[in-house]
Design a protein around this ligand. Structure first.
Ligand code: YNC
Ligand code: MG
Length: 416
């Protein structure tokens, strides 16, 4: 049984799909929301993290680097950079009260964390004002003591105090009850290193040299000739518009205004030179890469593609400490409005061109692998572009919102 989740406003496992979409329990006026923090065992104290303070951001980075999500074989552990965390936790309209830490009272050591950021999400035909909950982490020495439910209840209370009663979150574990699930796929870029650290292996019917040849990418992005370039501030209105129209293809997707799009696609770019050759020269502290295709005749943005950097610690290799992984993020193309719902013909071809170019840029930026999930239109190109199926599954959840499960690839993406 689920001692905690059975008490929460989420669909319980095995429950029949609802007749209509909507909240499971009603929202409350602010004064009816619990006013005091949930009690913690007395050796611990609540502490909002001010991640604008480099020292506090560093504490969070260190907690997660040592204690956050690992793969099933305990070979890799996510190592979100401080720049990434700053980008992910401070979208437009963020609340510092939603960056909830737990410290040891006596030493002030940070031992647990949970966060939420505001997001508007369309679920089928409903626009839901929600929070996106992420980075739930309890120090390895404090596991299985039922701290996680207290963290979840406290972040829920902080959301409720701001008038937010719905949430979106993802997890590798299955709890009541996923609204969608997606599988991880991996596109090898740096074969020798990936073989060396046992991320992949050379199949018995192949040599490593042949495997490298099969994964060879073009020397430069093929769409450069058609107006591919790094996204700039001036592209925000057009990209916002294309994002909005393209995401209508899917059952669940965030709803972004121009400020959100600027944040998601531009604010994590880091400092350093921009310009036509920027695809060859990643910048210090760069978290997100976003490229657009601008029609040179009409100056219309016809496509965009993006990915972000999320390295993993390699836990047991004598030669390598860090797996440099790029994660495919959002993309969109005008060709979607010519083709049918299932990518085929010109749409399928254009998606492949965009993703290959993202791979070329990722190779120049020294990424070892690009990961993608079976969502959006990804299934149409994963196999042809030599993404291989991984072990990991990502489950998508909604808190206090009822809707029938979405087909696997209808959801949008992992929350970074
Ligand atoms: C999880 N990932 O089932 P039951 S993902 C949700 N998400 O409750 P204890 C989880 N619930 O089954 P531990 C969960 N993992 O008895 C476990 N649970 O009802 C549930 N790992 O608590 C679990 N980060 O404290 C059980 O477990 C109860 O000490 C057990 O702590 C769990 O960020 C954890 O994977 C995950 O740091 C903190 O294992 C710990 O094991 C850990 O005894 C490594 O907890 C890092 C890791 C999770 C990444 C993520 C999304 C989290 C979503 C949380 C739910 C949000 C709901 C919406 C709230 C806002 C609402 C509004 C408005
Ligand atoms: Mg615990």
């Amino acid at each position: 049984g689920h001692k905690f989740w059975s008490t929460q406003p989420v669909p319980q496992l095995g429950e029949a799909p609802p007749e209509a979409d909507g909240a499971i329990e009603p929202s409350k006026p602010r004064e009816e929301v619990r006013q005091d923090p949930y009690p913690l065992p007395k050796e611990f104290t609540w502490s909002f993290l001010d991640i604008n303070q480099p020292a506090e951001l560093r504490e969070l980075y260190e907690l997660l680097s040592a204690n956050y999500v690992e793969d099933d074989d305990e070979t890799f552990r996510f190592q979100y950079s401080a720049e990434f965390l700053s980008w992910a936790l401070k979208p437009p309209g963020y609340f510092k009260e939603w960056h909830v830490g737990v410290r040891v009272t006596s030493s002030r050591k940070l031992v647990a964390f949970i966060s939420a950021v505001p997001v508007r999400v369309r679920v089928r035909d409903s626009l839901v004002t929600a929070s996106e909950v992420n980075y739930l982490c309890v120090h390895k020495k404090l596991r299985s003591k039922r701290l996680a439910p207290v963290l979840i209840k406290e972040v829920t209370r902080q959301c409720n105090l701001q008038g937010v009663f719905q949430a979106l979150y993802t997890a590798g574990v299955v709890i009541p009850t996923p609204v969608a699930s997606a599988r991880y796929y991996h596109r090898c870029i740096n074969i020798p290193k990936l073989v060396d650290v046992s991320f992949t292996s050379v199949p018995p019917t192949m040599t490593q040299a042949r495997m490298i040849r099969l994964h060879k990418l073009p020397d430069k992005p093929r769409l450069l000739e058609h107006g591919l370039r790094e996204m700039e501030e001036r592209d925000v209105p057009q990209v916002t518009n294309l994002f909005e129209r393209y995401m209508k293809r899917f059952g669940m997707a965030p709803v972004y205004d121009e400020a959100d799009i600027a944040h998601q696609f531009l604010s994590g770019r880091g400092e350093g030179p921009r310009g036509p050759d920027s695809w060859k020269t990643p910048r210090e502290g760069q978290v997100v890469w976003t490229y657009v295709v601008e029609n040179p005749k009409t100056n219309k943005i016809t496509d965009y593609v993006s990915f972000y950097s999320l390295p993993s610690t390699i836990m047991r290799s004598p030669r390598h400490n860090l797996l440099n992984a790029a994660y495919l993020f959002y993309y969109g193309t005008e060709l979607a409005f010519e083709d049918g719902a299932e990518p085929s013909g010109r749409l399928k071809k254009r998606l492949e061109e965009l993703i290959v170019d993202a791979l070329v840029i990722a190779e120049h930026a020294k990424f070892d692998v690009m990961n993608a999930l079976t969502l959006m239109d990804n299934v149409s190109f994963l196999q042809d572009l030599r993404f291989g199926q991984g072990d990991g599954v990502l489950n998508f959840y909604l808190y206090n919102w009822r809707t029938a499960p979405l087909a696997g690839m209808q959801a949008t993406r992992e929350s970074p």
